[in-house]
Ligand binder design. Structure first.
Ligand code: TXA
Ligand code: MG
Length: 322
């Protein structure tokens, strides 16, 4: 089987077809500004079941519902606190997911049986266009986890999706080609089901940005009892062993800001100029380590707050449990 058979260029026609395929119960992988998502109609239990099957993800892990605008929030959530409305107004469309009390539309197969639902309006124009077209055909939201096999590195290009998932897709499923993702790591997730916001997963919308917008101190993830698959110990992990903040030795891969020189014999995988570029190239660099069949890759982590916290969070998980 030709693995590229599912790939589709993003013409208006292709987006229309993709929206129809979603309505018909098929899966469509699509670009977002963070990472590629594997989408299904969030109101269709059979379609959502296939997401779990294709990803190899346990059934009780909840999914993010993507919508085209905050006007549709009420379809999926109830009792939305004032500060969550503020976050939606300030940061949507964009790389932030809000966890809210669920409405009756958010059924157990989306929420993993929890009383809350995760919702996001992505800013990538292809994602937004797909959502609008899907909604114009009667759809209410697209459930989409990152388009990788469970526990693997998230995809930041359509080719990554092909190599992760093409063997598990069936006729009628599609992968929309939309170039490389701008942000490169998954959205910030904020639990808005309490009186103050709680950061469950750090990302491009930083703690400082949240606090400025809401004028409330945000608390941080304490590995709560909420099931967040990204909070599992080993995640975002390549086959190569990821070693953090060591001096790289000959034969090892090396990912570090460009200001760090490459010692002799070390295989330089990436030299991002700043933390924004670090996030962009992080997953493709970890994939590259595997393509090069490296046993070990040393990463010099970016210091500081903001996006660097999200990058270190993913690196910590990539380096654990091996
Ligand atoms: O950037 C992103 O968020 C990407 C793109 C495709 O939108 N999506 C993504 O989905 O990263 P996924 O499934 O790989 O990660 C979503 C995380 C999971 O860790 C899941 O457990 C958590 O969101 N989540 C979903 N619903 C939740 C809920 N009701 N309460 C707490 N966490 C939830
Ligand atoms: Mg994921």
């Amino acid at each position: 089987m030709n693995n590229s058979q599912f790939l589709s260029k993003c013409t208006a026609d292709a987006i229309g077809k993709a929206a129809s395929q979603l309505i018909a119960g098929h899966l469509v992988a699509f670009p977002t500004e963070t990472v590629y998502g594997l989408g299904a109609d969030a109101s269709n239990p059979e379609a959502v079941r296939r997401i779990y099957e294709v990803k190899g993800r346990p059934m009780d892990h909840p999914l993010i519902v993507h919508i085209s605008s905050m006007d549709l929030l009420d379809v999926w959530a109830i009792n939305i606190p004032e500060y969550a409305i503020k976050l939606a107004r300030d940061f949507w469309p964009g790389p932030i997911t809000l966890v809210l009390k669920r409405s009756s539309e958010a059924r157990d197969f989306i929420t993993g049986g929890q009383d809350s639902v995760a919702i996001r309006v992505p800013s990538n124009p292809i994602a937004l266009s797909l959502l609008r077209t899907f909604e114009s055909k009667g759809g209410k939201g697209i459930a989409a986890p990152s388009a990788n096999r469970f526990g693997q590195v998230s995809p930041t290009s359509s080719q990554d999706v092909v190599s992760e998932l093409a063997n598990y897709l069936i006729e009628g499923d599609l992968i929309l080609e939309g170039g490389k993702c701008d942000v490169g790591i998954e959205s910030t997730i904020i639990d808005c089901s309490n009186v103050i916001p709680k950061i469950l997963r750090p990302g491009a919308i930083t703690k400082e940005m949240l606090e400025d917008a809401t004028e409330i101190y945000a608390c941080e993830n304490s590995l709560s009892d909420i099931r967040v698959s990204g909070a599992l110990e080993k995640h975002y992990a390549p086959r190569a062993k990821v070693i953090l903040d060591h001096i790289p030795q000959s034969g090892q891969g090396f990912i570090a800001l460009s200001k760090f020189p490459t010692p002799e014999g070390v295989i330089r995988i990436a030299s991002p100029k700043d933390v924004v570029e670090f996030a962009q190239i992080l997953y493709e660099s970890l994939r590259k380590a595997d393509i090069l069949e490296l046993k070990e890759v040393v990463v010099t982590q970016p210091i500081g707050n903001g996006l660097a916290i999200g990058v270190r969070d993913r690196l910590k998980k990539a380096s654990m449990g091996l």
